[in-house]
Design a binder for this molecule. Structure first.
Ligand code: ADP
Ligand code: MG
Length: 335
């Protein structure tokens, strides 16, 4: 079905079904000039936005519309997770070229709604317009948090321990398989592709950490650990030391690297699009948070290093050698 057969309003009517997941506190959803919703008393708004442009951020032919919608929503929710906030509602603006069918757009929304429903946020509005050639998707997510619990990048302190909320590198390995058209014949390779296509934002983990005493700084890993952690260090005015041996990698990444001749360390350091969190904790609270996290979730946090006074970022290799940690996450893969 072509867009011009049903028109802009016909499309909005089609996609608005299933957008309201948590109706409590919503006074007006899609349908008026603006959305109206309450945020919990005593909370501040936490807002993030991201634009995805065809041929710049994604290839329309290389992904399914469902996966594209799911991931577009996931990366926005991940930014809210990184602040330790709760995600309340999303606003989706799309510029649609005539080469995009109505089915493509409804499947794109199915992906967005699936992620929204998993994390209890509503799609409360947006804008729809025409584009000459490329599909453009902009998503804004509004969240809320008690102001004193928000986790900023700038709050890491010397002596803190550094942790990630998940293993690293799977997404980049999945991208490698997709880019080289390697059919995933095993469950392990399928898991890697899934990590790339359908990343899970660590929203519940972020909210948990925000409420814990001793958690200082946090951010989500989108450009790769080394790139993102150096940003956190710069924002906090500290240095960081990462232990190569402590970087967490999955068994599927290890088998992938063994099979294709890669070093898991490169994937862990520079992978990108991980969407788990990296955070710093006062060392006196570190063990307690490890234990409490393990009780609250079905996975654990991984200590990867610590925060130092000296403003330089260091990687301690497996042989105990100290090397400067280079921030250019993608360099390993470009050569
Ligand atoms: P207006 O002309 O007042 O901007 P629109 O016709 O653009 O109104 O939108 C009508 C309603 O549909 C509004 O509630 C708007 O937020 C919502 N809406 C429009 N496009 C989208 C979209 N792509 N996704 C979700 N909601 C949308
Ligand atoms: Mg409009």
């Amino acid at each position: 079905m072509r867009l011009r057969d049903i028109g802009e309003f016909g499309l909005i009517e089609k996609i608005s079904n299933g957008c309201l997941i948590r109706p409590r506190d919503v006074h007006m959803a899609i349908g008026d000039d603006a959305a109206v919703f309450a945020i919990p008393e005593g909370h501040v708004s936490v807002v993030t936005t991201d634009m995805l442009v065809e041929r710049v951020h994604f290839m329309r032919q290389a992904t399914s519309p469902y996966n594209l919608g799911y991931k577009a929503m996931a990366v926005n929710v991940s930014d809210i997770a990184a602040m330790g906030a709760d995600a309340l509602s999303a606003f989706v603006s799309i510029a649609i070229p005539s080469t995009c069918s109505v089915e493509f757009i409804t499947q794109l929304y199915d992906g967005m709604k699936a992620l929204a429903s998993d994390f209890g946020l509503n799609i409360l509005g947006g804008d729809t317009t025409h584009s000459k050639k490329d599909l453009i998707i902009n998503i804004t997510v509004v969240g809320s948090a008690a102001v004193e619990t928000i986790m900023y990048r700038h709050s890491a302190k010397p002596g803190d321990r550094l942790y990630t909320t998940d293993v690293l590198g799977d997404s980049r390995a999945g991208l490698y398989l997709l880019m080289h058209y390697i059919a995933p014949e095993s469950r392990e390779l399928k898991d890697l592709i899934r990590a790339h296509l359908l990343p899970r934002p660590h929203l519940r983990e972020g909210r948990f950490l925000a409420k814990e005493t001793g958690v200082h700084a946090a951010m989500d890993i989108s450009d790769g650990l080394s790139a993102d952690i150096t940003r956190l260090a710069a924002a906090s005015g500290v240095g960081i030391r990462i232990y190569a041996d402590d970087l967490p990698v999955s068994s599927q990444l290890k088998s992938f690297c063994a099979k294709f001749g890669f070093n898991p360390l490169d994937f862990a350091l520079s992978g990108g699009e991980e969407y788990c969190l990296v955070f710093s904790v006062d060392e006196t609270h570190a063990k307690e948070i490890e234990n409490r996290f393990r009780l609250a979730f079905d996975h654990k946090i991984h200590c990867i290093g610590d925060v130092t006074h000296e403003k330089q970022n260091i990687l301690i290799t497996a042989d105990g050698e100290a090397k400067p940690l280079d921030s250019s996450g993608w360099d390993h893969f470009q050569s």
